[in-house]
Design a protein around this ligand. Sequence first.
Ligand code: ATP
Ligand code: MG
Length: 482
Amino acid sequence: MDKLDDPLSRLNEVIMDLEQALSQSQAEIKALKQAHEQESICREQVESELKASQHLLQLVMNTLPEAIFWKDRNSVYLGCNQNFAEDAGVGSPKNIIGKTDYDLAWKTEEADFFRECDRRVMLANHAELGIVEPQLQGDGKKAWLETNKAPLHDASGKVIGILGTYQDITERKQADIALQDLNQKLELQTSQLQLALERLQHSQLQLIQREKMSALGNLVSGVAHEINNPVGFLSGNLQPAQDYVRDLFGLVDLYQKTFPNPGREIEEKIETIDLAYLREDLPKTLYSMREGIKRIANISTSLRTFSRSDAEYRVLFNLHEGLDSTLLILKHRLKANEHRPAIKVVINYHEMPSIMCFPGQLNQVFMNLLANAIDALDDSNQGKSFSEIQLHPNRITVTIQLSNDRQWAMIKIQDNGIGMTEEIKQKIFENLFTTKGVGKGTGLGLAIVRQIIVEKHCGTIEVNSLLGQGTEFILQIPVKTV
Ligand SMILES: Nc1ncnc2c1ncn2[C@@H]1O[C@H](COP(=O)(O)OP(=O)(O)OP(=O)(O)O)[C@@H](O)[C@H]1O
Ligand SMILES: [Mg+2]
């Protein structure tokens, strides 16, 4: 019995141990199960909190007026907000994940530009703000954006991607463009108006100048005409007067021959009037009267030459005569006055055929150039005494000659007046440019000269000038004899 009892009781003991171990394991399993349940409750809670916060983040991003997106290092999209998803044409933010700019609505060149920009920002590890760029969007709208891009970093500070936001500035940009357009149009209109005004002023002043010239012309031709009558009358009577005198002398001779002793009274008279001298001098007097009348006739012709009014077409004109007549009109300004001796005018006229031109206009040119030369001489006289000027006389040299190839008539008007600086020389042909005081110059003379020579006569003008030394104008006009 004892032998049997022993193993049995040991078995019982083992069974009890096993039971104890089993219940312990069961308790442990239960505890583990409880812990697992606890953990999964916790995880679920964390997950739902994470979802809630993600949802909140998405909500915040969707509520912002900007479009927001982020990409990885290879510019592959990781996420975006609703605005961006719509612009990109993917509908919802979740559809953007894994896409690149080439999968979206924009044009290829725009995608190139975006990626180039991403690359730059990530490489420099530096944000770029306020990039203004065009973008073709999902609904076909051609938008203008103002974009900010910043690099994204991991915990160790390594660049892992890029975060971008942009604002649609299409309206502002369009308003800007419209404003710019408007400004441009306005500027154009203003400059056109300005030009029109300048032209109007120019033509008004030219009209005044032309009016003055034609008033002067009228006056001059009127005077010439008035002189002409008495001159004709004088020259017409001079010849008969000479004949009468000759006849009278013949008669006196005959008397003297027939009555060699005329008596005391007549002899006394012959002595008083110095008949011998009278006979010798009277023909000379008559000759000088004839010369005087010839000169008056020449002046009258010159006056009429100067006051020629131009027709629509060119006519043959002798430049020598034109310059002579202009110098004659300006004689009152050339002669001596209390401040200075007369201006010396040196004339070098070479052979020159008559040329086809507008004579009245060329006279206007000569008038302007000679008047300027006289002004320049007067300016150079400032502060000098009469005798100082006499030592270095004021001089105007007028040269007319044919060019070597005989195709051009060259007119050179030179003075030893005040001259001009290079800066002034650059401006003298500009309308209204003058260095003269108010009321002295309008600044139109040379603008008109340029117009008449260059535009009307297809000629050229050259100016040489040295400050304090003098100035020369060289005009060239094509010789068109037919
Ligand atoms: N011979 C010259 N010597 C020096 N300066 C000159 C000479 N000719 C012209 N100028 C300069 O050129 C400017 C323009 O000449 P322009 O004849 O066009 O006008 P202006 O003589 O001033 O006025 P106006 O309309 O009465 O002729 C002059 O004001 C002067 O400064
Ligand atoms: Mg002038």
